[in-house]
Structure formats: structure tokens, C-alpha cells
Design a protein around this ligand. Structure first.
Ligand SMILES: Nc1ncnc2c1ncn2[C@@H]1O[C@H](COP(=O)(O)OP(=O)(O)OP(=O)(O)O)[C@@H](O)[C@H]1O
Ligand SMILES: [Mg+2]
Length: 432
């Protein structure tokens, strides 16, 4: 049954809305203050929040942002009086799903709620086929929210710890957008030194600097008609931030050394694993750029906060890596995976599964194949870097990970025979 939270500081209003929706078979909870509402949202997930726009202290938009911080992507419907329609429209830009004008008849309310749930189902279907796997209710809503934003043209900021799936989400936003036929261009701002990043992003004209023997378009231009992913935007220098802000405002870029700007039609998706708001306070990130990027923030929770995804992803990676072999996780191995905190998130889980596939001989993946937690194998792998043998083992396992567990490719990359590789793996298994 779908759960709806109704918030208004007007008791009669809350009662009336609650009665209509309960009558339609929804599971309704009510709140008379924003604090009460936030507590309820933190307590359990809702499928819809309906809130008044203007209440005594907090306004509905602020509340919506708090709701989205606690439970990203949950649809929010704003109730508003006639005079404040402009605010409701503003709220839609900031992520509200719909609004309803007060006073309204029960049928109007039912129509809006039906519309929101219909859209949710549509978004949910899109989210399910998107390749971003999750069965955690809150993360699911976040992915649905991402699909909804994808269809608009707004700038998106995705934050989350390393390995949580920010790039997967960014690619999904591109493929679900009207730009899906256009290019998807990614730039990692952390990996490129600042002076190179500028020419990488903006391009240059022939003779703009020593070594510029011909003109070259930048990533902004290459992404024209499509999406530009700016990975690790928190690492960008203040100078480049100012230039980026100009691109976002003017929708045009100046190649280094060019006389005229070129106009570009791009959607920017930025990611960060740092707290950008914090960087702003420290004077390391421009506040105006932060506000421009942070229109609809998407915060991917770390894997340890959505443990129900661990088994889902583990089985997915196992099937992907082990094909055409059929491997299974035994219960102990699964429990061990689910209890682990995964500081490296989904990527670490994926690597762990690839290792297990390489190490495991029979059809069943057992705890000792996972190199996790307090198992002796794990301790050995930490001590191992002290010895030549240990380093060799690390190298072999890492290469296997990179080659998705394919022994033939790994042996080739390592410059050893397949037989030697097999023997080494057998040795490691005996040790474990
Ligand atoms: N929900 C998911 N479903 C399927 N695969 C996922 C999911 N999340 C992450 N992955 C996989 O996990 C790995 C890490 O994901 P991704 O590169 O998107 O993370 P990231 O947040 O961009 O990490 P970083 O901060 O290190 O750049 C990738 O191989 C990706 O395919
Ligand atoms: Mg990434």
C-alpha cells in the first residue's frame, strides 16, 4: 500500500486531506509541523509527501529540501493558495512533482495524486531498465528522481563516496534524456593538472601558446548536443570555476587564443565525493557556482547504508564475471558480504567478487575466497606486501580483477603461461 504524508499547520486541512486519501485506500500519516514531518520521513520511507507551501516558520520549499535530504527523490506535492502560484512554479523547478491550488475539491486532490503515482510508475519502469541496480527503497526513489530530472535540461550535481555509482547514474541521466543520441563526454577534473584542464575543457586556437601547432576543440564543444560529465568538480581551481560559471551562464565558450566565443548546447552533470557546501565555507569553492550546480542535488548513499543492495549487486557481478560458468555464493559468504562496511562501496564489492571468481575452483564461492574481515586470508594479504611472494600475489590478483577474472588474458598481461598462473592460484587457495 502506498504511504502518504500530509503536512499543514492547519489542523482541519490535514484532517480533510487525510480523510479523502485514506478513503481511497492509501496509508496516510499527518504532521502539523515541519519538524514532526521530517522526523516521520527519517523514520520510514513515504511514497508521497503533500505539504502546504507557507507555514508559520519554515516554508514548504525549505521543507521539501529537508525531505529530499532525508529521503532523496520522494515525490512532493505543494498545496498553495491562489496568490502564490509563482512560488509553486518555483518549487517545481526545485524538484516538486506537482502542485494543487487551495481551496480544492476532493476530485482535484485525487487527480493530482493519481497523476503523481502514474508518473512514479513510469519513472520506476525507466529506473528499472536503466542499469542502475538497487532494491533499497530510498535509493530507488533517488534513481526515479534522476530519471525525472534527466528529462528536463537542468544541471545535475551527484555527490557520494567513491565507488557508489555516480558515473553509472550520470550515464543513465544522459541515456534517459532527450540528448541520448548526442555525445556523452566525461572529464575527470582530479586527474588532469590545472593548466592542461583548461585547454582540455576549452580547446585552443593554433598558436595560442607554444606547442599549439593546430587548433583543437575542447570538451565543451565536443559535448555539443549532448552531456558533459565533470567528474570530481571539487578539485577544480578557483580560476577554472569562474570560467565554468561563465559557460553555464552564457552557454558559450572561448577557446584559448580565440577572438570569438562559440555557443554550445550542453547539459552538465557534475560529480563530487567531497562535501561541496563545506568547500564553499572553506573558501575553496565558489558559492555562486555551487548554487548553479546544486539545483537538484542527488546524493548517493554509501553501500553500508543500503545493505539490501549488497546481495543484489554481488549476484549481479558474479553472474557477469562467471559467465558461462555458473557460480553460487554460499550463505556464509553472503552473510560476510552483507556484514562488511565496504569503504570503497560498489567498486570494492565488485573487485572482491572478481577476486573470488578467480580464486574459487568449484561452483560455490565460500567466505575464504572473499578476502574479507577477520579471516586469516585477509590478514595475510595485508602482511603480504612485505615479501616478494606477497607482492607477486597482489599483482596476480589485481591483474585478474582488471581482466574480469579471465585467466587467459591475465596470464598474457602478466607475461606468464596459463599453467603457471593456474599453479599460483592453486597455491594461494591452499594457503587460504
Ligand atoms: N547500482 C549499480 N548497479 C550496477 N553497477 C554498479 C552500480 N553502482 C556502481 N556500479 C559499478 O561499480 C563501479 C563503480 O561505479 P562508478 O564508477 O559509477 O562509481 P563512482 O561513484 O563514479 O566512483 P568514483 O568516485 O571512484 O569515481 C562501476 O564498475 C559500476 O559499474
Ligand atoms: Mg566516478
Amino acid at each position: 500500500m502506498e504511504k502518504i504524508l500530509v503536512l499543514d499547520d492547519d489542523f482541519e486541512m490535514v484532517q480533510a486531506v487525510g480523510a479523502v486519501l485514506s478513503g481511497d485506500g492509501y496509508d496516510v500519516e499527518t504532521a502539523l509541523s515541519p519538524d514532526e514531518a521530517i522526523d516521520k520521513v527519517k523514520d520510514s520511507p513515504f511514497n508521497l509527501v503533500i505539504t502546504d507551501l507557507r507555514m508559520n516558520k519554515t516554508d514548504g520549499i525549505e521543507l521539501m529540501q529537508q525531505v529530499h535530504a532525508a529521503s532523496p527523490g520522494v515525490p512532493v506535492v505543494i498545496m498553495t493558495a491562489y496568490g502564490t502560484v509563482q512560488n509553486a512554479v518555483e518549487a517545481m523547478k526545485l524538484g516538486a512533482s506537482d502542485y494543487i491550488l487551495k481551496p480544492f475539491a476532493p476530485e482535484d486532490l485525487q487527480a493530482v495524486v493519481n497523476r503523481v503515482f502514474e508518473t512514479s510508475r513510469d519513472l520506476s519502469a525507466a529506473a528499472n531498465r536503466s542499469g542502475f541496480l538497487t532494491r533499497d527503497p530510498r535509493t530507488k526513489q533517488l534513481v526515479e528522481m534522476a530519471v525525472r530530472i534527466a528529462r528536463s535540461n537542468s544541471t545535475v550535481l551527484i555527490s557520494g563516496e567513491s565507488g557508489t555509482g555516480k558515473e553509472v547514474l550520470a550515464r543513465m541521466i544522459h541515456s534517459e534524456s532527450q540528448r541520448s543520441q548526442g555525445p556523452f563526454v566525461a572529464v575527470n577534473c582530479a586527474a588532469i593538472p590545472d593548466n592542461l584542464l583548461e585547454s582540455e575543457l576549452f580547446g585552443y586556437e593554433k598558436g595560442a601558446f607554444t606547442g599549439a601547432i593546430s587548433s583543437k576543440p575542447g570538451k565543451f564543444e565536443l559535448a555539443h548536443g549532448g552531456t558533459l560529465l565533470l567528474d570530481e568538480i571539487g578539485e577544480m581551481s578557483m580560476l577554472l570555476q569562474a570560467k565554468l560559471l561563465r559557460v553555464l551562464q552564457e552557454r558559450e565558450v572561448d577557446r584559448i587564443g580565440a577572438r570569438h566565443p562559440v555557443s554550445v548546447d550542453i547539459r552538465i552533470v557534475a560529480t563530487t565525493n567531497r562535501e561541496l557546501g563545506q568547500l564553499v565555507k572553506q573558501g575553496l569553492f565558489r558559492e555562486d557556482l555551487f548554487f548553479r550546480l546544486n539545483v537538484v542535488p542527488l546524493r548517493l548513499p554509501p553501500l553500508r547504508e543500503r545493505r539490501s543492495d549488497i546481495a543484489l549487486l554481488a549476484v549481479h557481478f558474479l553472474e557477469k564475471a562467471a559467465a558461462p560458468l555458473r557460480l553460487h555464493l554460499n550463505d556464509d559468504a553472503l552473510r560476510l558480504l552483507e556484514a562488511n562496511d565496504w569503504p570503497g562501496n560498489v567498486r570494492e564489492l565488485q573487485n572482491s567478487i572478481l577476486r573470488a571468481v578467480a580464486i574459487c575452483e568449484g561452483p560455490i564461492v565460500q567466505p575464504e575466497h572473499l578476502f574479507l574481515g577477520e579471516s586469516p586470508a585477509h590478514r595475510a594479504s595485508i602482511d603480504s606486501l612485505q615479501t616478494i611472494d606477497g607482492m607477486e600475489r597482489e599483482l596476480i590478483l589485481k591483474t585478474l580483477e582488471e581482466k574480469s577474472g579471465n585467466r587467459t588474458h591475465a596470464a598474457k598481461a602478466l607475461g606468464i603461461s596459463l599453467r603457471t598462473l593456474r599453479n599460483k592460484l592453486r597455491e594461494y587457495r591452499m594457503e587460504a
